[in-house]
Design a protein around this ligand. Structure first.
Ligand code: HEC
Ligand code: HEC
Length: 350
């Protein structure tokens, strides 16, 4: 009789039901044995009002009646002490099992959501993949990083300290200007924080810890390295997209335009940005290329940038590309503003 009830309530819900049934049965027994339901005692005078019926004789009350009540007291005390002890022993295991169960179901839900929403770009087994560039004129696809090694990749990172949080923020806000869209409801996506936590739990549960070797740098020019790794964010001519334009980044880092020590320190600053990366939640980060490019490739791409550098530009700090066109300041083309002309001429004369 109880079995179908338990089956209906489901495995873990069965415990409270059992407790409830035991308690009800116990209450019923007590009602008839010692409570108002008992059949003992005088019941002949059924027509006398309840409050006026004669009760047990004093003698009986002081002997058997009292003993019976005390025996019940002892029995109940023993029962509660055993019950509490048992509860205390069993409860922690029960809680742990429940936590494990919830975690397992989170991971399972996360796996399903991942396959629906993410696998197309990041790969069915989280091995990474690619997506079309948001700018239809750019043919080269945008790499979607592998996620099965994300913990290992950020282990020694200076820009990301908490990988769980990094994944959650990336999911909620996406990355403006990249194919990685925002999934959080607060950003117009269709996923609650809870669902995103489940996806994150899934990602974190399948980490391999393997980071592929840096790409072998076989005679590729700095130009190639730039096209393959930087152009998608900084533009084909380093004119800027979601990342700032890099055509006068050396000057921004203090280069005077001469081949002197300011050149060395500007190169070092650029190298630092390339190796370490930068991270602003919700925006395209500057990835760290320390693990991805060999030292030679990093040198070559910095040489390539050095070849592009202009000085005396009006573009200092200008950020190029559609994602940030909120401030529509037209860049003064090639320094053709009046002010710029003046300075140029002065420089030319001296
Ligand atoms: C349309 C393709 C696309 C889809 C769909 C997509 N992503 Fe991405 N994702 C990307 C790209 C591209 C990047 C890299 C952006 C960049 O270069 O900064 C990225 C970056 C990320 C990152 C940051 C990785 C890192 O190393 O910092 C995480 C985490 C991530 N995606 C998780 C997900 C999850 C989880 C889903 C599914 C809910 C998802 N993405 C759906 C394309 C996609
Ligand atoms: C996923 C997009 C992305 C990729 C790929 C990328 N960058 Fe960046 N980069 C950025 C963003 C965004 C910033 C600005 C970060 C900030 O807000 O400080 C940046 C900043 C920089 C800076 C510092 C600029 C300054 O004014 O301080 C340099 C130098 C740089 N990137 C070089 C490179 C090079 C070289 C490559 C290729 C090896 C590259 N980046 C690849 C997005 C990217």
């Amino acid at each position: 009789m109880i079995a179908p009830v338990l089956a209906a309530v489901g495995g873990s819900g069965a415990v409270p039901v059992i407790i409830l049934i035991v308690a009800l049965v116990g209450f019923g027994i007590a009602y008839f044995v010692v409570g108002p339901g008992q059949r003992k005692g005088p019941k002949r005078n059924a027509d006398i009002p309840l409050a006026m019926r004669p009760y047990h004789a004093d003698e009986e009350l002081e002997t058997t009646g009292m003993e019976r009540a005390m025996a019940w007291g002892v029995a109940l005390a023993v029962f509660s002490s055993l019950f509490l002890a048992l509860y205390w022993l069993i409860e922690p295991t029960r809680i742990n099992n429940a936590v494990d169960e919830f975690y397992a179901s989170d991971v399972e839900h996360g796996r399903e959501e991942y396959q629906n929403a993410c696998a197309a770009c990041h790969g069915v087994n989280l091995e990474g993949g690619s997506a079309p560039h948001p700018d239809p004129d750019v043919e080269a696809p945008w790499p979607a990083p592998a996620l099965d090694n994300i913990v290992a990749r950020y282990q020694d990172s200076e820009v990301v300290e908490d990988v769980h949080q990094h994944i959650m923020l990336t999911l909620i806000y996406g990355r403006d200007g990249t194919p990685m869209q925002a999934f959080g409801v607060q950003e117009g996506g269709s996923y609650s924080d809870n669902q995103l936590e489940q996806i994150t739990a899934y990602i974190l549960s399948v980490q391999t810890g393997e980071i592929p070797e840096a790409q072998e740098f076989v005679g590729a020019s700095g130009d190639d390295v730039f096209d393959n790794n930087c152009a998608r964010c900084h533009g084909a001519e380093a004119e800027g997209w979601v990342g700032p334009q890099l055509q006068n980044v050396f000057e921004r880092y203090g280069w005077s335009g001469e081949d002197d020590e300011t050149l060395g320190s500007a190169r070092a600053a650029v190298e630092h940005a390339v190796r370490v990366g930068r991270y602003v939640p919700g925006e395209a980060p500057m990835p760290s290329f320390d693990q991805e490019l060999t030292d030679d490739a990093i040198d070559a791409v910095i040489d390539h940038l050095e070849g592009l550098q202009e000085t005396g530009g009006p573009r200092v700090g200008q950020i190029g590309g559609p994602p940030r066109t909120g401030d529509e300041d037209e860049p003064a083309d090639d320094g053709e503003t009046a002010e710029q002309d003046d300075t140029d001429e002065e420089e030319g004369e001296t």
